[in-house]
Design a protein around this ligand. Sequence first.
Ligand code: SER
Length: 316
Amino acid sequence: MNDTILVTGACGQIGTELVLALRKIYKNVIASDLKEPIGELKDTGEFVRLDVLYKNGLNDCVKRFKVTQIYHLAAVLSATGERNPEMAWRINMKGLRNILDVCVKNGIAKLFFPSTIAVFGPTTPRVNTPQFTVMEPNTIYGISKQAGERWCDWYFQKKGLDVRSLRYPGLISYKTKAGGGTTDYAVDIFFEAVEKKQYTCFLKADTVLPMMYMPDAIRGTIELMEAPSQKISTRSGYNFAGFSFSPAELATVIQTQMPEFAISYAPDFRQQIAESWPQSIDDAVARQDWSWKPEYSLTDMSEDMLRNIAAMHTSV
Ligand code: SER
Protein backbone atom coordinates (compact mmCIF):
# COMPACT_ATOMS: atom_id res chain seq x y z
CA MET A 1 0.00 0.00 0.00
CA ASN A 2 1.09 3.55 -0.68
CA ASP A 3 0.99 5.16 2.74
CA THR A 4 4.26 6.14 4.38
CA ILE A 5 4.23 5.16 8.03
CA LEU A 6 6.36 6.51 10.87
CA VAL A 7 6.65 4.43 14.06
CA THR A 8 8.09 6.12 17.17
CA GLY A 9 9.54 3.92 19.91
CA ALA A 10 10.17 1.34 17.19
CA CYS A 11 12.85 -0.56 19.14
CA GLY A 12 10.51 -1.31 22.06
CA GLN A 13 8.50 -4.43 22.85
CA ILE A 14 5.56 -3.56 20.57
CA GLY A 15 7.53 -1.57 18.00
CA THR A 16 9.95 -4.29 16.95
CA GLU A 17 7.09 -6.61 16.00
CA LEU A 18 4.68 -3.97 14.71
CA VAL A 19 7.23 -2.44 12.33
CA LEU A 20 7.96 -5.85 10.77
CA ALA A 21 4.23 -6.61 10.43
CA LEU A 22 3.58 -3.20 8.83
CA ARG A 23 6.50 -3.71 6.43
CA LYS A 24 4.74 -6.80 5.10
CA ILE A 25 1.78 -4.60 4.13
CA TYR A 26 3.26 -1.16 3.39
CA LYS A 27 6.26 -0.30 1.21
CA ASN A 28 7.50 2.58 3.34
CA VAL A 29 7.64 2.05 7.08
CA ILE A 30 10.14 4.27 8.89
CA ALA A 31 11.28 3.02 12.28
CA SER A 32 12.38 5.69 14.75
CA ASP A 33 13.77 5.56 18.26
CA LEU A 34 16.49 7.03 20.45
CA LYS A 35 18.46 3.81 20.23
CA GLU A 36 19.72 2.02 17.13
CA PRO A 37 17.71 -0.94 15.83
CA ILE A 38 19.26 -4.39 15.61
CA GLY A 39 18.64 -7.53 13.56
CA GLU A 40 15.64 -7.78 11.26
CA LEU A 41 14.33 -4.36 12.25
CA LYS A 42 17.55 -2.79 11.04
CA ASP A 43 17.83 -4.90 7.90
CA THR A 44 14.31 -4.47 6.57
CA GLY A 45 13.92 -0.71 6.13
CA GLU A 46 14.58 2.91 6.97
CA PHE A 47 15.56 4.01 10.48
CA VAL A 48 15.66 7.59 11.79
CA ARG A 49 16.97 8.55 15.21
CA LEU A 50 14.22 10.70 16.71
CA ASP A 51 13.52 12.18 20.13
CA VAL A 52 9.77 12.77 20.47
CA LEU A 53 10.51 15.67 22.83
CA TYR A 54 11.94 17.71 19.92
CA LYS A 55 9.08 18.86 17.76
CA ASN A 56 11.28 20.31 15.02
CA GLY A 57 13.04 17.00 14.47
CA LEU A 58 9.69 15.21 14.28
CA ASN A 59 8.34 17.76 11.87
CA ASP A 60 11.42 17.57 9.62
CA CYS A 61 11.18 13.78 9.49
CA VAL A 62 7.47 13.83 8.61
CA LYS A 63 8.12 16.36 5.83
CA ARG A 64 11.24 14.67 4.49
CA PHE A 65 9.61 11.26 4.09
CA LYS A 66 6.10 12.59 3.29
CA VAL A 67 4.71 10.56 6.18
CA THR A 68 0.95 9.90 6.01
CA GLN A 69 0.37 7.75 9.15
CA ILE A 70 2.04 7.70 12.57
CA TYR A 71 2.12 4.98 15.24
CA HIS A 72 3.32 6.81 18.34
CA LEU A 73 4.67 4.06 20.60
CA ALA A 74 7.42 5.94 22.50
CA ALA A 75 6.46 5.97 26.20
CA VAL A 76 7.62 5.21 29.75
CA LEU A 77 5.73 2.32 31.44
CA SER A 78 4.22 2.04 34.91
CA ALA A 79 7.05 0.84 37.17
CA THR A 80 9.69 3.12 35.62
CA GLY A 81 7.17 5.97 35.76
CA GLU A 82 6.72 5.58 39.53
CA ARG A 83 10.49 5.71 39.99
CA ASN A 84 10.84 8.79 37.79
CA PRO A 85 7.50 10.63 37.59
CA GLU A 86 8.92 13.81 36.05
CA MET A 87 10.56 11.96 33.17
CA ALA A 88 7.46 9.78 32.60
CA TRP A 89 5.17 12.80 32.47
CA ARG A 90 7.49 14.67 30.08
CA ILE A 91 7.95 11.79 27.64
CA ASN A 92 4.37 10.50 27.75
CA MET A 93 2.64 13.89 27.69
CA LYS A 94 4.96 16.27 25.86
CA GLY A 95 5.87 13.54 23.38
CA LEU A 96 2.21 12.94 22.55
CA ARG A 97 1.41 16.67 22.31
CA ASN A 98 4.32 17.15 19.89
CA ILE A 99 3.06 14.27 17.77
CA LEU A 100 -0.53 15.59 17.77
CA ASP A 101 0.64 19.04 16.66
CA VAL A 102 2.89 17.63 13.95
CA CYS A 103 -0.01 15.47 12.71
CA VAL A 104 -2.31 18.47 12.31
CA LYS A 105 0.39 20.67 10.80
CA ASN A 106 1.23 18.07 8.16
CA GLY A 107 -2.26 16.74 7.45
CA ILE A 108 -1.43 13.24 8.74
CA ALA A 109 -4.23 10.87 7.70
CA LYS A 110 -4.21 8.56 10.77
CA LEU A 111 -2.54 8.41 14.18
CA PHE A 112 -2.29 5.39 16.49
CA PHE A 113 -1.92 6.06 20.24
CA PRO A 114 -1.31 3.12 22.59
CA SER A 115 -3.31 3.45 25.78
CA THR A 116 -3.41 0.91 28.60
CA ILE A 117 -5.37 -0.81 31.36
CA ALA A 118 -3.46 1.58 33.66
CA VAL A 119 -5.97 4.33 32.78
CA PHE A 120 -8.22 2.58 35.31
CA GLY A 121 -7.67 2.87 39.04
CA PRO A 122 -8.71 1.52 42.43
CA THR A 123 -12.26 2.93 42.17
CA THR A 124 -12.92 1.22 38.81
CA PRO A 125 -14.94 -2.05 38.83
CA ARG A 126 -12.16 -4.65 38.56
CA VAL A 127 -13.99 -7.56 36.95
CA ASN A 128 -15.10 -7.21 33.32
CA THR A 129 -14.21 -3.53 33.44
CA PRO A 130 -16.54 -1.75 30.99
CA GLN A 131 -15.49 0.58 28.18
CA PHE A 132 -17.04 3.57 29.95
CA THR A 133 -16.60 3.61 33.71
CA VAL A 134 -14.96 5.38 36.66
CA MET A 135 -11.34 6.22 35.82
CA GLU A 136 -9.13 7.47 38.63
CA PRO A 137 -5.64 6.15 37.77
CA ASN A 138 -3.08 6.48 40.55
CA THR A 139 0.19 5.91 38.69
CA ILE A 140 1.92 8.65 36.68
CA TYR A 141 1.86 6.26 33.71
CA GLY A 142 -1.92 5.81 34.04
CA ILE A 143 -2.52 9.53 34.62
CA SER A 144 -0.45 10.45 31.56
CA LYS A 145 -2.18 7.85 29.37
CA GLN A 146 -5.63 8.90 30.52
CA ALA A 147 -4.81 12.54 29.82
CA GLY A 148 -3.38 11.33 26.49
CA GLU A 149 -6.69 9.65 25.65
CA ARG A 150 -8.52 12.90 26.35
CA TRP A 151 -6.07 14.87 24.17
CA CYS A 152 -6.58 12.37 21.34
CA ASP A 153 -10.34 12.71 21.60
CA TRP A 154 -10.00 16.51 21.66
CA TYR A 155 -7.85 16.49 18.50
CA PHE A 156 -10.43 14.31 16.79
CA GLN A 157 -13.34 16.55 17.86
CA LYS A 158 -11.67 19.91 17.32
CA LYS A 159 -9.11 19.33 14.58
CA GLY A 160 -10.60 16.39 12.71
CA LEU A 161 -7.51 14.20 13.29
CA ASP A 162 -8.29 10.50 12.70
CA VAL A 163 -6.82 9.15 15.96
CA ARG A 164 -7.30 5.53 17.01
CA SER A 165 -6.26 3.94 20.27
CA LEU A 166 -6.24 0.67 22.21
CA ARG A 167 -6.00 0.10 25.96
CA TYR A 168 -3.39 -2.66 25.82
CA PRO A 169 -3.37 -5.22 28.63
CA GLY A 170 -0.02 -6.76 29.65
CA LEU A 171 1.63 -7.88 26.41
CA ILE A 172 3.53 -11.16 26.29
CA SER A 173 6.23 -11.70 23.67
CA TYR A 174 9.62 -13.34 23.22
CA LYS A 175 11.20 -11.23 20.47
CA THR A 176 11.88 -8.10 22.53
CA LYS A 177 11.50 -8.05 26.30
CA ALA A 178 9.17 -5.54 27.92
CA GLY A 179 10.84 -2.94 30.11
CA GLY A 180 9.66 -1.09 33.19
CA GLY A 181 6.10 -2.44 33.36
CA THR A 182 4.11 -4.14 36.11
CA THR A 183 2.98 -6.94 33.80
CA ASP A 184 6.58 -7.76 32.76
CA TYR A 185 6.68 -10.78 35.08
CA ALA A 186 4.54 -12.64 32.52
CA VAL A 187 7.40 -12.31 30.01
CA ASP A 188 10.33 -12.81 32.42
CA ILE A 189 8.81 -16.02 33.82
CA PHE A 190 9.17 -17.78 30.44
CA PHE A 191 12.82 -16.78 29.96
CA GLU A 192 13.70 -17.88 33.50
CA ALA A 193 11.70 -21.10 33.09
CA VAL A 194 13.82 -22.03 30.05
CA GLU A 195 17.11 -20.78 31.52
CA LYS A 196 16.81 -21.71 35.22
CA LYS A 197 13.64 -23.80 35.67
CA GLN A 198 12.58 -21.43 38.41
CA TYR A 199 11.28 -17.88 38.81
CA THR A 200 10.80 -15.47 41.70
CA CYS A 201 7.76 -13.34 40.97
CA PHE A 202 7.47 -9.69 42.05
CA LEU A 203 3.68 -10.00 42.34
CA LYS A 204 1.69 -12.16 44.79
CA ALA A 205 0.50 -15.58 43.63
CA ASP A 206 -3.16 -14.61 43.28
CA THR A 207 -2.79 -11.24 41.48
CA VAL A 208 -5.02 -11.55 38.43
CA LEU A 209 -4.31 -9.17 35.53
CA PRO A 210 -5.52 -8.90 31.91
CA MET A 211 -2.90 -10.05 29.37
CA MET A 212 -2.56 -10.72 25.64
CA TYR A 213 -0.16 -12.57 23.36
CA MET A 214 1.74 -10.24 21.02
CA PRO A 215 0.55 -11.75 17.70
CA ASP A 216 -3.04 -10.93 18.73
CA ALA A 217 -2.02 -7.42 19.81
CA ILE A 218 -0.25 -6.71 16.51
CA ARG A 219 -3.12 -8.07 14.42
CA GLY A 220 -5.69 -6.12 16.47
CA THR A 221 -3.69 -2.90 16.15
CA ILE A 222 -3.49 -3.17 12.36
CA GLU A 223 -7.16 -4.20 12.11
CA LEU A 224 -8.18 -1.13 14.11
CA MET A 225 -6.06 1.15 11.92
CA GLU A 226 -7.46 -0.36 8.73
CA ALA A 227 -11.13 -0.25 9.80
CA PRO A 228 -13.31 2.33 8.01
CA SER A 229 -13.41 5.57 9.96
CA GLN A 230 -17.20 5.49 10.40
CA LYS A 231 -16.86 2.24 12.40
CA ILE A 232 -14.70 3.90 15.05
CA SER A 233 -17.04 5.04 17.81
CA THR A 234 -14.44 5.95 20.43
CA ARG A 235 -11.38 8.10 19.86
CA SER A 236 -9.94 7.82 23.35
CA GLY A 237 -9.05 4.14 23.74
CA TYR A 238 -10.81 0.85 23.08
CA ASN A 239 -10.91 -1.78 25.81
CA PHE A 240 -8.90 -4.66 24.31
CA ALA A 241 -8.81 -8.11 25.93
CA GLY A 242 -7.07 -11.45 25.49
CA PHE A 243 -7.14 -13.56 28.67
CA SER A 244 -6.60 -13.04 32.40
CA PHE A 245 -4.53 -15.05 34.86
CA SER A 246 -2.58 -14.87 38.12
CA PRO A 247 1.11 -15.79 38.51
CA ALA A 248 0.06 -19.05 40.21
CA GLU A 249 -2.25 -19.97 37.32
CA LEU A 250 0.46 -19.17 34.78
CA ALA A 251 2.97 -21.29 36.71
CA THR A 252 0.52 -24.23 36.64
CA VAL A 253 0.18 -23.92 32.86
CA ILE A 254 3.98 -23.79 32.45
CA GLN A 255 4.31 -26.87 34.72
CA THR A 256 2.10 -28.89 32.37
CA GLN A 257 4.88 -28.52 29.80
CA MET A 258 7.80 -28.30 32.21
CA PRO A 259 6.93 -30.29 35.38
CA GLU A 260 10.19 -29.35 37.14
CA PHE A 261 9.43 -25.59 36.95
CA ALA A 262 9.19 -23.92 40.37
CA ILE A 263 7.87 -20.48 41.30
CA SER A 264 8.38 -18.41 44.45
CA TYR A 265 7.10 -14.97 45.39
CA ALA A 266 8.77 -11.77 46.59
CA PRO A 267 6.21 -8.99 46.00
CA ASP A 268 7.60 -5.45 45.72
CA PHE A 269 6.17 -1.95 44.99
CA ARG A 270 4.63 -3.24 41.75
CA GLN A 271 2.09 -5.23 43.79
CA GLN A 272 0.29 -2.03 44.73
CA ILE A 273 0.20 -0.92 41.10
CA ALA A 274 -1.21 -4.29 40.00
CA GLU A 275 -3.91 -4.13 42.68
CA SER A 276 -5.13 -0.79 41.32
CA TRP A 277 -5.76 -2.27 37.86
CA PRO A 278 -8.63 -4.37 36.47
CA GLN A 279 -8.53 -8.17 36.65
CA SER A 280 -10.47 -8.60 33.42
CA ILE A 281 -11.67 -6.34 30.62
CA ASP A 282 -14.95 -6.16 28.74
CA ASP A 283 -14.01 -5.40 25.13
CA ALA A 284 -17.54 -5.69 23.67
CA VAL A 285 -17.32 -2.26 22.00
CA ALA A 286 -14.17 -3.21 20.04
CA ARG A 287 -15.77 -6.54 19.09
CA GLN A 288 -18.87 -4.77 17.87
CA ASP A 289 -17.27 -1.78 16.09
CA TRP A 290 -14.43 -3.43 14.15
CA SER A 291 -14.96 -7.16 14.83
CA TRP A 292 -12.06 -7.61 17.28
CA LYS A 293 -11.52 -11.20 18.39
CA PRO A 294 -8.40 -12.68 20.05
CA GLU A 295 -7.10 -16.02 18.76
CA TYR A 296 -4.65 -17.21 21.40
CA SER A 297 -5.67 -18.88 24.66
CA LEU A 298 -3.46 -18.91 27.74
CA THR A 299 -2.31 -22.46 26.90
CA ASP A 300 -1.58 -21.64 23.22
CA MET A 301 0.46 -18.61 24.28
CA SER A 302 2.41 -20.54 26.90
CA GLU A 303 3.29 -23.38 24.51
CA ASP A 304 4.38 -20.93 21.82
CA MET A 305 6.50 -18.87 24.25
CA LEU A 306 8.33 -21.91 25.66
CA ARG A 307 8.90 -23.41 22.21
CA ASN A 308 10.31 -20.19 20.75
CA ILE A 309 12.48 -19.26 23.72
CA ALA A 310 13.91 -22.79 23.86
CA ALA A 311 14.67 -22.57 20.11
CA MET A 312 16.40 -19.21 20.60
CA HIS A 313 18.59 -20.75 23.31
CA THR A 314 19.59 -23.80 21.27
CA SER A 315 20.45 -21.71 18.20
CA VAL A 316 22.83 -19.40 20.14
N1 SER B 1 2.22 -3.34 30.50
C1 SER B 1 2.02 -2.03 31.09
C2 SER B 1 2.73 -1.90 32.38
O1 SER B 1 2.83 -2.88 33.08
C3 SER B 1 0.56 -1.77 31.27
O2 SER B 1 0.06 -1.18 30.14
O3 SER B 1 3.14 -0.83 32.74
